[in-house]
Design a protein around this ligand. Structure first.
Ligand SMILES: *Cc1c(COP(=O)(O)O)cnc(C)c1O
Length: 407
């Protein structure tokens, strides 16, 4: 009975071109990567689908630090943070992250988590208690949506980036604890939340702001400290989540917030308490990664990505102008997330498949990850890409669209 139902559901997914299949990567995360379907022979593909925006996942300094951390602290942490799993490496990392965010969140402390998903579940469930209200952007990441489900708070959603609608909701609420919850850089669109306005609203309505900077940390800001540095914002009202498996190239996430909030999370956040601490080696590697991000190398890498973004956008704008009938749209983004909106699920899958036939991998993103009718190729750029890689992607897209028109 269960199996029949699931088989039926799988058939319906297939019908709507929504089946998800995993690939197997045989080599490190890098633009040129050996990838196979299942256990078949791998092919080398040029990939535009990692979130390794600075190319640090495969950086020799970070890899050495990971190995050194494993020799020093062993492979696993052995227990949760609150029992016996909180190592010196975790502690150093938290102190360093707190120092990074201190000028944007006065008196901030930081708390390291195994993943961003868990950090978001922890923050929203621990703070969003009965009586509180969460004001959530409609395009928030799934982990914030799930965190809101776990919370006992009221949840109100406002249209994407719409501060007028949010202001109305805030004004109409008599909740004693208001939390505005938003991605900083929206993961499937690449645009940046209006945090300056959100902070003004938070001050006017005595609200807090939970900001998930998964795609901004390491990438945005002069020294890579993320969206708060980028927008020159400072306030105790920020409860900041940065993830460390994307631009930082390793794994995990952290919350930076007022010390009282962090202390509360350590004591009541179930996704923090009831899980084994991440390997200390990951924290040790992250210390090396943070040094790269803030230093000359990080600056150079951010400048290089910015150049690639410019090259890709200029190329795509020309291409779309020449082939308007294809109906493709370039999202308005100046971050390394550059979505090419195609529309239908099958069309997005077909475009992704055509690129893959040419040796290029760009994932198609379909509902429910994005709204119906806006299936897209999510082109993610990294400092590890070259101008030649971008040119190759543009050439292949042109060839595909020209061939379609001829057919
Ligand atoms: C990736 C992502 C997360 C989850 O972080 P993980 O460390 O991968 O679990 C949370 N929020 C956003 C916006 C993300 O893109």
């Amino acid at each position: 009975m269960l199996l029949d139902r699931l088989t039926q559901a799988a058939a319906e997914r297939a019908e709507r071109a929504m089946t998800r299949r995993r690939r197997v990567t045989h080599t490190a995360c890098a633009p040129h990567q050996e990838v196979s379907h299942g256990c078949g022979e791998p092919r080398t593909l040029l990939s535009f689908c990692s979130n390794d925006y600075l190319g640090l996942a495969n950086h020799p300094t970070v890899i050495s630090a990971f190995a050194e951390g494993a020799y020093r602290y062993g492979a696993g942490s052995g227990a949760s943070h609150v029992v016996n799993g909180h190592s010196l490496a975790h502690d150093h990392l938290e102190n360093e992250l707190a120092r990074w965010l201190d000028s944007h969140i006065p008196g901030a402390q930081a708390l390291y988590f195994c993943s961003g998903y868990m950090a978001n579940m922890a923050v929203l469930s621990a703070l969003g208690t009965a009586g509180a209200t969460l004001f959530c952007d409609k395009l928030n990441h799934a982990s914030l949506i799930d965190g809101a489900l776990l919370a006992r708070a009221h949840v109100k959603r406002y249209p994407h980036g719409n501060t007028t609608a949010l202001a109305r909701l805030l004004a109409g609420s008599d909740s004693p604890l208001k939390l505005i919850v938003t991605d900083s850089v929206f993961s499937m669109d690449g645009d940046i939340a209006p945090l300056v306005e959100l902070l003004a609203l938070a001050e006017r309505h005595d609200a807090w702001i939970v900001v998930d900077d998964a795609h901004g940390f390491g990438v945005l800001g002069e020294s890579g400290r993320g969206v708060l540095e980028h927008l020159a914002l400072a306030s105790e009202r920020f409860i900041y989540i940065g993830t460390l498996g994307k631009a930082a190239g390793v794994a995990g996430a952290f919350v930076a917030a007022h010390a009282t909030i962090v202390e509360h999370l350590v004591n009541v956040a179930r996704p923090y308490i009831y899980t084994t601490a991440a390997p200390p080696a990951a924290a040790h590697a992250l210390l090396a990664s943070l040094a790269l991000i803030a230093g000359a190398e990080g600056r150079r890498r951010r400048a290089h990505v910015a150049q690639l973004i410019g090259q890709l956008r200029a190329g795509l704008e020309t291409l779309l102008a020449c082939h308007a009938e294809a109906g493709w749209q370039l999202a308005d983004s100046d971050t390394p997330i550059q979505p090419l909106i195609v529309g239908g699920n099958a069309a997005a899958m077909a475009l992704s498949a055509a690129l893959e036939a040419d040796g290029i991998r760009v994932t198609a993103i379909r509902p429910p990850t994005v709204p119906e009718g806006t299936a897209r190729l999510r082109i993610a750029l990294s400092a590890a890409h070259t101008a030649g890689d971008i040119a190759r992607l543009l050439d292949c897209l042109s060839a595909i669209v020209a061939q379609r028109e001829a057919a």
